[in-house]
Write a protein of this length. Structure first.
Ligand SMILES: CC(C)(COP(=O)(O)OP(=O)(O)OC[C@H]1O[C@@H](n2cnc3c(N)ncnc32)[C@H](O[C@H]2O[C@H](COP(=O)(O)OP(=O)(O)OP(=O)(O)O)[C@@H](O)[C@H]2O)[C@@H]1O)[C@@H](O)C(=O)NCCC(=O)NCCS
Ligand SMILES: Nc1ncnc2[nH]cnc12
Length: 285
């Protein structure tokens, strides 16, 4: 019996890493497929983006499966937290290169690789504690460690926006334990499901609640502080009007979408955090 268990243990652990990577890809596809999303790529079209499409986002999500799988395996097998942080940093940068190769140089999921990469690693670290808060806390501990192998500056638009507008961006969100996932998106999902919204509307309302509260560097880098303030209050207006499940909320949502298109901005960071919430929701027990 002991010999059988010894043989089965590694198999079960390999299957768990595969399950987690599948769950990340499913969450990314659920996010991009959610329709209608203001300013973002969805089943209707490319929102405020010229170079993205639903097909490309799905292709990119699948191309990242090996990246998320490798991170989950690292989370299972590397006990030293500093070594783990640096290993997933390497895997993450290789994942960004794989994403660019798959999309012909278009940034589809850089923010998602970061957020979901940390979360999938943290989920794999302890399969007995898959609650959203526990996974997010472990992910935050990893994000807080300094990756000595990372370039000092990325030169990315997000980093520049953080400096210019004094916001924390994707890094601070992770280091704080994903507050917009744990305290905004997941409670909104739960609240909307409980009051009887259908799943699509519950997800849309969760997204709007994140948009209303997030310093999204995607919006800042394209439209500056004025655009961010307009977008945050536009999302709040939709929720106050009753949200996506109500007729007033639906008209407010249409108006909000027109505002985003006119400003030519897109809440890409909020979309990543919705995907993170959908991942944690999928794996929780
Ligand atoms: C830490 C990194 C994420 C690097 O971050 P940095 O800030 O240096 O640069 P960006 O890559 O520009 O920004 C980070 C992306 O994170 C998303 N995001 C934005 N605001 C927030 C927020 N407040 N909280 C959480 N997440 C946020 C967002 O991602 C989405 O938008 C992307 C498209 O954005 P962009 O290219 O600006 O816009 P386009 O419309 O494409 O450009 P134009 O059309 O205008 O030209 C898309 O990818 C979404 O995912 C931000 O873009 C991280 O990359 C890093 O350091 N990695 C190193 C590897 C590592 O350590 N990994 C650890 C293990 S996972
Ligand atoms: N649906 C989406 N549209 C545009 N950018 C995104 N980044 C992550 N998800 C996105």
């Amino acid at each position: 019996m002991a010999a059988v268990l010894e043989q089965r243990q590694p198999l079960a652990s390999a299957a768990f890493a595969g399950y987690l990577a599948d769950a990340v890809v499913a969450a990314l596809i659920d996010e991009v497929t959610l329709t209608p999303k203001p300013g973002l790529v969805d089943m209707r079209g490319r929102g405020a983006h010229r170079d993205l499409s639903w097909d490309l986002m799905c292709h990119s999500a699948w191309a990242l499966h090996p990246t998320f799988h490798a991170m989950a395996v690292a989370g299972q097998h590397i006990a030293d937290p500093q070594q783990l942080r640096e290993q997933i940093g390497l895997i993450g940068r290789q994942g960004e290169a794989a994403m660019m190769a798959a999309t012909g140089g278009i940034n589809t999921h850089r923010g998602a690789i970061w957020a979901l990469g940390l979360l999938v690693t943290a989920a794999a670290q302890d399969r007995n504690a898959p609650t959203p808060a526990a996974v997010a806390a472990r992910a935050a501990a990893l994000a807080c460690r300094h990756d000595r192998l990372a370039p000092a500056m990325t030169g990315n638009k997000g980093e520049l926006a953080c400096q210019q507008y004094s916001v924390g961006g994707a890094r601070a969100q992770a280091r704080a334990g994903f507050p917009h996932v744990i305290w905004v998106a997941l409670p909104w999902l739960e609240h909307c499901r409980t009051r009887g919204d259908d799943e699509n509307d519950a997800r849309l309302n969760a997204l709007l609640a994140v948009i209303a509260n997030l310093d999204d560097t995607c919006i800042l880098s394209r439209g500056g502080q004025a655009a961010l303030t307009a977008v945050q209050s536009g999302a709040l207006r939709v929720l106050i009007a009753g949200g996506a499940a109500s007729s007033h909320g639906r008209s407010a949502l249409q108006q909000f979408e027109q505002e985003l298109l006119a400003l030519h901005v897109s809440p890409g960071g909020a979309a990543d955090l919705l995907a993170a919430a959908l991942f944690l929701d999928r794996i929780k027990t």
